[in-house]
Write a protein that binds this ligand. Structure first.
Ligand SMILES: [Fe+2]
Length: 368
């Protein structure tokens, strides 16, 4: 009876571990924030291996050192400052040789690097470490230390290797995503710069509007995704001017009624241009509505109040503030204090009063 019980218990543990791995795989494929995914993965590793601490170290290719990207355990904050050379410690050895290791008596292993324990006021007794490998490249090392019950086993190692395959693909995907995102931002900026170079009087306008929007976004405590949409909208808000003739765009002095009508097509035109780019679909409503007024007297759709997308209301304030505080051919720039007074005067008519109220305290230090 006893041996049958033992077998069924063992099977139960295996099934539980398998379930955890499957759960982790679906977590990694989910749209959750990368830092959450990584922390959950390392916490799962710590639980699966019954270890006191678990960590993910990644290789900094500039310095050829390992740094702690995620630590599950009490030493977390202390270890975040520690860096390990690729020739130091069991982790360095695993990163260099791309071979998993079990060290059940850490103190007697010549590779053991005691500086990490000192930095974290911790005593490492046993280590299990596996390389994070993606298509033959070592991205870093997963490590768990101090198995609570007995020594680390080959079974633990097999499990840890399966887990590291999942984590490695998540890390690589995140790296690729970040590279793509940077390239995408670069292209968008280049496009906006190309437009701006036609209009000498607005030099740096796009960057300043982006900067002001970032300050308001921070004051509003926007999340990462919303902040990205706001900044892309700020960079691209006038992209529709690409379709406005030089004779109008670069005209010194006031525009005629017909010219002003053509110029005011730019918000609609911008939205049309962007509608061809799937990755920018969230930006379209703000580009379309950045000349709407809070009182409904703007264009192109005469939207009012909260019917105007929030980011368009933010861009309207940032855009006008920059226009007022830079020299134009027909007038000198206002001081920031004068421009703030003007924003307040038009608060509730041209501008959303809540945005103006957030904007003014977020800006003065940078401009005065
Ligand atoms: Fe505009």
């Amino acid at each position: 009876m006893e041996s049958t019980d033992r077998i069924s218990t063992d099977n139960g543990i295996q099934i539980e571990k398998f379930k955890q791995l499957v759960g982790l795989a679906s977590l990694i494929n989910s749209s959750l924030d990368q830092s959450v995914i990584r922390m959950r993965a390392i916490e799962a590793a710590k639980t699966l291996l019954n270890a006191e601490e678990g960590s993910m170290m990644l290789i900094d290719r500039n310095t050829n050192e390992l740094y702690f990207d995620v630590v599950a355990g009490e030493t977390g904050t202390l270890l975040k400052k520690v860096r390990i050379g690729l020739d130091q410690g069991v982790a360095g050895w695993v990163a260099t040789n791309a071979v998993p290791q079990i060290v059940n008596d850490a103190g007697s292993d010549p590779r053991f690097y005691s500086a990490v324990d000192k930095a974290a006021s911790f005593e490492t007794r046993s280590i299990i470490a596996v390389p994070l490998l993606f298509q033959g490249r070592v991205l870093g090392v997963l490590e768990a230390v101090n198995k609570i019950t007995g020594p680390f086993t080959q079974e633990d190692l097999d499990l840890f290797v399966s887990l590291s395959d999942l984590v490695a693909s998540a890390v690589e995907n995140a790296n690729l995503h970040e590279e793509l995102r940077e390239a995408f931002f670069g292209i968008v900026l280049a496009l906006a710069d190309a437009l701006e170079s036609r209009d000498t009087y607005t030099g740096g306008h796009t960057q300043r509007v982006r900067h002001y929007c970032q300050s308001i976004g921070t004051a509003l405590q926007l999340g990462k995704n919303d902040m990205e949409i706001l900044l892309l909208s700020a960079i691209l808000h006038d992209i529709g001017k690409i379709g406005v003739r030089d004779a109008i765009l670069c005209k010194e002095g006031p525009l005629t009624r017909e010219e002003a009508a053509l110029m005011s097509e730019h918000s609609k035109k911008g939205a049309e241009i962007l509608s061809n780019i799937k990755a920018l679909r969230n930006v379209i409503p703000s580009v379309m509505a950045h000349h709407e007024r809070f009182d409904g007297n703007g264009y192109p759709d005469r939207l009012s109040g909260e019917d105007i997308p929030m980011f368009a209301r933010i861009i309207a304030v940032a855009d006008t503030f920059d226009a007022m505080t830079t020299d134009r051919p027909y007038r000198k720039a206002l001081t920031p204090a004068e421009a703030f007074a003007e924003l307040l005067r038009c608060s509730g008519t041209q501008f959303d009063p809540d945005v103006v109220a957030k904007f003014i305290p977020a800006i003065p230090e940078e401009t005065e």
